[in-house]
Design a binder for this molecule. Sequence first.
Ligand code: ZN
Length: 154
Amino acid sequence: MEVGKDKVVSIDYTLKDDQGEVLDSSQDRDPLSFIFGNGTIIKGLEDALEGKQEGEEVSVDVEPQEGYGEYDESLIIDVPKDKFQDPENLQEGMQVQAQSQDGQTQILTVKEIKDDGVTLDANHPLAGQNLHFDVKVSEVREPTQEELDHGHTH
Ligand code: ZN
């Protein structure tokens, strides 16, 4: 079976940056499973996987606009310390969760801790980076109706 719309696809992958440094890998975990074509994975990777067969291996280079976006300086925000439940536990480089106004959970990176506030970066940690994936399509199968209804794999 080949990778296409609404198929359940499992991949083994290694993600490297321009310097060849490994940023993420499924090697020590289970393969990544997702429903193809619903935006679960970044566009650049989805485009490269479409039509591939089970067992096929592919190397993919993804530019920021097809990956996690360009780095956006306007997504750096200052927040007063009293907005945090336990500001004394904050550390630069750590990630915190916030609810946006439309109720979505957002991940922010703590960029700098100052006397009176905290600078947060709402860019995805991989924004602005070229991404290099080595991917093996380990499984392609039909989704169950329940998986389709939920929009994720079980
Ligand atoms: Zn579910």
